[in-house]
Design a protein around this ligand. Structure first.
Ligand code: F3S
Length: 752
């Protein structure tokens, strides 16, 4: 295991460390003394402190050292801005950035890409120069979708990666634990802080039998989603195992892991097998495949490993599935499909079929889909609905262009879109139906929540395999089952579509296509990061001020929020996402969704200095301009929802000192600490009721200490003063974050 094998062909000097992983596992094994699942092996072999770490699935918080970080272009903006403010010369963990989310599908790949390069120029320039400066691999617009590029170039068996995108788990197709996180977590790992994860439970999915005919790997996850539902995987890793895994292609396993995000799973993994080896070899990484074979014993579950829950699927009996509309866990097997369309009155006229996306755009997917299109064309019929194709990467596009599938799709009536997310993330200038008009579309994507693809809440979006997308597109109606129904050929004669066929890997090897990678230059010192001071989308971050060493007295309550206050209430998404790289501009959405306990209204609070009512961000800005720090009082589970770091950055930016709640969602609580704020909770949750919006608060910051209650004095308008005990969860290291003004300030000082 002491071989020196590089993690990827695109970087020098970053080696796969199976020796260290094996050593860590040995330590953990001797402590736990029980068989381990594969998911556990990957995590525990990446522990920061294998000797001292508490390990209990579902309970302890693991401190981990991931091998890699990957960011897509939307989330990378703020992550890199934050990293820059740490003042480090280079990322501490190998990192890549991928431009895929900002390209709108309109008239076809080439033109759409050109237009996106113009519209997003300042974002791309910033990302490309900051990546060059801080030693980050940069994949330009047009290179492909992050998860496909990761599978093709960076994922390796047994590795641990975090990515700022929910479908990062796609890397599980190569036996990697690839986990989707918020930007703040990515910044930590880039800046060499250990990454914290609640030790996941492990749900085993045992596969037996073998697939055939119209059934494809996608149907495994469509079925699993139906069984476990959108919440069923929360806090757990889904671990596939059993003899049925051997027959699946590597990219097919990627598809299954990718869509595990739809059931809330932390990630999904497959054990290392020969199909992964073949894929590594086909993508010019045989050395990694050979090295993985040396370590193969640890790249699967131990004999007798126990799962917290076990699901079994016999692939020989698995039917093709179609899931949706509006939720990915409403799973219908094809045998019940036509009846379901009828019973639910789903619009049966199919408007659009879409294949590709990070979930289903492999060579195998494209080949199988093309085989169906060809079969149809041999009978003189083509697509009977709009049909779009999104290749997952430039390599896939170039390879299917060379091997003919792309031409088949075009002849079939398809529009080939840019190698990017496109309609999957709503980047779709859809013209064929009006807003509000009920209609059906079917895709090989993963998510189908209301409005996701085209912002039309009446669009019924179904997800399935690319095979069924093509079959349905030929039929032009949802009222079709290719396994049992006939179609009419050009002369009106009936025929049945043949089940799809296609190679898992290109027999002539992959064609890399255009070079879309920008490696960091040797000499990075002369690179300057491009951010225009007049940009409204990007703004460099200045480090937050350190704590002044004093108690804070007489602080106003900006807002006493009542009821649910999720990260969406604190930092709304939608149109605001445009400003995600510009902290000052996006701060104009701070807490605008939170309900003011005083008047039951959103975004209407009293400015105590003027007595006038105003919007929350405006009042906060006024206080900030007047040098007045403030606090927010919140209800139960404040900050639940996503891990969006803006929800913690914004209050800090606009001059907040503390958020005092009945309880916090843990990730948001940690994010607040990272930004140098004080997340505090009422020791007696009913004390929330004693607080009135016009009270003034003293926070005795000088008394902040691990495990000790935090004293708060409340000055009532009547002149009365209350002492209300608060609790906190700061540890020693986190108190240092507060003192330095933020976790990054502390890292910056350490690295200075
Ligand atoms: Fe992109 Fe859709 Fe995947 S947004 S990363 S193609 S889920």
């Amino acid at each position: 295991l002491s071989k020196k094998v590089e993690m990827t062909n695109w970087e020098k000097g970053h080696y796969i460390n199976y020796a260290k992983m094996s050593e860590n596992l040995g330590i953990v094994r001797s402590r736990l003394n029980r068989p381990l699942t594969y998911a556990e092996k990957i995590l525990y072999s990446h522990l920061d402190d294998p000797e001292g770490q508490d390990i209990e699935r579902g309970t302890s918080y693991l401190k981990l050292r991931p091998d890699r970080v990957a960011c897509q272009d939307a989330t990378a903006q703020m992550a890199i801005m934050q990293f820059m403010s740490a003042g480090m010369p280079s990322v501490a963990t190998p990192t890549t950035v991928h431009c895929d989310h900002l390209i709108e599908a309109q008239i076809g790949g080439v033109k759409d890409l050109e237009r996106a390069k113009g519209i997003n120029k300042e974002v791309y320039d910033f990302l490309s120069t900051s990546c060059a400066k801080y030693n980050i691999g940069f994949w330009k617009p047009g290179s492909g979708i992050i998860h496909q590029i990761i599978l093709e170039n960076y994922a390796f068996p047994g590795g641990l990666m975090i990515g700022t995108d929910s479908h990062t788990p796609n890397g599980g197709g190569l036996g990697m634990a690839a986990i989707g996180v918020g930007g703040a977590d990515a910044v930590d790992v880039m800046a060499n802080l250990p990454w914290e994860l609640k030790a996941p439970k492990v749900i085993g999915v045992k596969l037996t039998g073998q697939m055939s005919g119209w059934t494809s790997p996608k149907d495994i996850i469509l079925k699993v989603a139906g069984i476990l539902t959108v919440k069923g995987g929360t806090g757990a890793i889904i671990e596939y195992h059993g003899p049925g895994t051997e027959g699946l292609s590597c990219t097919g396993m990627g598809t299954i892991c990718n869509m595990g995000a739809e059931i809330g799973a932390t990630t999904s993994v497959f054990p290392f097998n020969d199909r992964m080896y073949d894929y590594l070899a086909a993508t010019k990484r045989s050395a990694i495949g050979d090295f993985a074979r040396d370590y193969a014993k640890e790249l699967r579950e131990d004999e007798g490993a126990e799962y917290d829950q076990l699901v079994e699927i016999n692939l020989s009996e698995l039917e093709p599935h179609i899931n949706g509309p509006f939720t990915p866990d409403l799973a219908t097997p094809i045998s019940k499909w036509k009846q379901a369309v009828k019973d639910n009155k789903w619009p049966d006229d199919l408007k659009v079929g879409l294949i590709g996306s990070c979930t289903n755009s492999s060579y195998e997917d494209m080949s199988r889909a093309a085989s169906i299109a060809e079969d149809a064309m041999s009978h003189g019929v083509k697509a009977n609905a709009i049909f779009t194709v999104t290749p997952g990467s430039e390599q896939i596009r170039a390879t299917i262009a060379r091997d003919g599938q792309l031409k088949t799709f075009e002849e079939f009536g398809g529009m080939v879109l840019a190698n990017a997310c496109g309609p999957c993330i709503g980047q779709w200038d859809r013209q064929d139906v009006k807003k509000g008009e009920p209609n059906s579309i079917i895709s090989s994507y993963n998510r189908n929540f209301t409005g996701r693809n085209d912002a039309n809440p009446a669009t019924h979006s179904f997800v399935t395999s690319p095979d069924l997308v093509v079959a349905m597109t030929i039929a032009g109606t949802l009222n079709f089952n290719p396994l049992t129904d006939t179609l009419k050929d050009k002369d009106g004669k009936e025929f049945m579509l043949k089940p799809p066929t296609g190679d898992g890997l290109p027999s002539k090897g992959y064609d890399p296509g255009e070079d879309t990678f920008q490696a960091p230059p040797e000499d990075r010192s002369s690179v300057s990061v491009a951010v225009s001071p007049t940009s409204d989308r990007l703004q460099l971050l200045s480090p937050f001020k350190a704590w002044d060493g004093k108690d804070a007295v007489d602080l106003p309550i900006l807002i006493k929020a009542q009821g649910k206050t999720t990260t969406d209430h604190i930092s709304m998404a939608g149109p605001w996402l445009k400003y995600r790289g510009h902290l000052d501009n996006i701060s104009n959405n701070m807490l605008i969704g939170a309900i003011n306990a005083d008047n039951g209204e959103a975004n209407k609070i009293k400015n105590f200095t003027t007595g006038e009512y105003g919007a929350v961000p405006a009042v906060a800005r006024d206080y900030k301009a007047k040098g007045i720090q403030w606090v927010v009082v919140g209800d139960w589970n404040y900050g639940e929802g996503s891990s969006r770091e803006h929800a913690a950055l914004e209050p800090r930016h606009l001059g907040g000192l503390a958020i005092i709640t009945r309880s916090f969602a843990r990730i948001h609580e940690t994010n607040l600490k990272k930004q140098g704020m004080l997340p505090l909770t009422f020791t007696n949750p009913e004390d929330y009721d004693k607080i009135e919006p016009e009270d003034k608060i003293d926070l005795l910051c000088t008394e902040l200490a691990v495990g000790k209650s935090f004293p708060m004095r409340v000055h009532k308008k009547s002149g009365e003063t209350l002492e209300i005990p608060l609790s906190h969860t700061f540890n020693e290291g986190q108190i240092e974050w507060f003192k330095h003004g933020s976790a990054l300030n502390m890292m910056a000082k350490k690295n200075a």
